[in-house]
Design a protein around this ligand. Structure first.
Ligand code: G3H
Ligand code: 13P
Ligand code: ZN
Length: 325
């Protein structure tokens, strides 16, 4: 069946790799995630946001996730390690509803609340979740928004001096931190980047590894989570733009930095946007090249294939979670 994150994170920290946390809203994404994880013998976290629940229907999502375990077995994995996790839970009620519906892990995101309120809300969720052996991810520090300038973004970094108090008071199983990542396909403005003189492409500023180090020093061996970790692969952006899309200057986190983070106590890396880009790039290509096509399988199929390739690349070449089952 589905598992929580406890053992998974312990092994990942000791083994110097990170567990992929991939968001999904639909069947093709789920198929691609499970196929990639099963073929490479990787544990995986299936992530569902509140928006995804509303889009896909909570009951359908629950049975799809349970079905994912059976599908992984059909693909030859004897003991799949699959977590179904609520991404960015915004209230006790949302978390409770997911726990009651069989989720094995939840995130309560109180990062935008005043510190004491974040502590109180997170603690309440932990107390409920742990009765059912459901693990809880909390968050300290605010991820930058596209509109934030560098100074604003840095002021939102997780404060290392708060993490011990937060983890002790709340009892969370893992902690999401802010060290310069952000959500979406526009993680940095062109002004925050330099340009590669050869390619003319934007080179983003590095993540704040000094802040990560300071956090890890305060919490030795404690599971750390990175949100907003899409790399925004240039090939997908180019493909989208080539086939009629318009994504100017989209930029993500260089994979080299995620590779480095994976080797540390960062044991969960969240990726959503890259999958959306792959899906959209593949669909646009089919539409542009075969305008008479109207069977969804003819464009969702190639989208699924490209996402499978993307997930495999992340698992094997970036997070290092292959051959861990
Ligand atoms: O953190 C946000 C995730 O990428 C989910 O996005 O709320 O649009 O489903 P969403
Ligand atoms: P990206 O937008 O970088 O894929 O981040 C996803 C995420 O953090 C989901 O919680
Ligand atoms: Zn996130």
């Amino acid at each position: 069946g589905l598992v929580n994150t406890r053992e998974m994170f312990k092994k990942a920290i000791n083994g110097g790799y990170a567990i992929p946390a991939f968001n999904f809203n639909n069947m093709e994404q789920l198929q691609a995630i499970i196929k990639a994880a099963a073929d490479l013998k990787s544990p995986v976290i299936l992530q569902v946001s509140k928006g995804a629940r509303n889009y896909a229907n909570p009951t359908l999502l629950r049975y799809m996730s349970q079905g994912a375990v059976e599908y992984a077995k059909e693909l030859g994995v004897k003991h799949p390690e699959i977590v179904i996790h609520l991404d960015h839970g915004d209230s006790f009620e949302t978390c409770k509803s997911c726990i009651d519906a069989g989720f094995s892990s939840v995130m309560i995101d109180g990062s935008s609340l005043p510190y004491d309120e974040n502590v109180a809300l997170t603690k309440k969720v932990v107390e409920y979740a742990h009765q059912f052996d459901v693990t809880v991810e909390g968050e300290l520090g605010v991820l930058a928004g596209v509109e934030d300038d560098v100074v604003a973004a840095e002021s939102h970094y997780t404060k290392p001096e708060e993490v011990i108090d937060f983890v002790t008071k709340t009892g969370v199983d893992s902690l999401a931190i802010s060290i310069g990542t952000s959500h979406g396909a526009y993680k940095f403005t062109p002004e925050q980047c330099t340009r590669d003189p050869k390619t003319g492409r934007l080179v983003p500023p590095p993540l704040a590894f000094d802040v990560l180090d300071a956090i890890m020093e305060k919490l030795p061996g404690f599971p750390i989570v990175l949100h907003g970790s899409s790399s925004v692969p240039q090939e997908y952006v180019d493909m989208i733009n080539k086939y009629g899309g318009k994504l100017p200057d989209a930029v993500g986190i260089p994979e080299e930095q995620l590779r480095k983070a994976s080797k540390s106590a960062v044991c969960k890396i969240n990726i959503d946007s890259d999958s959306r880009l792959a899906f959209t790039a593949a669909v646009r290509k089919v539409f542009a090249e075969h305008p008479a096509e109207f069977d969804p399988r003819k464009y969702c199929g190639p989208a699924r294939d490209l996402m499978t390739e993307l997930y495999k690349h992340k698992i094997k070449e970036v997070l290092g979670s292959d051959n861990k089952l």
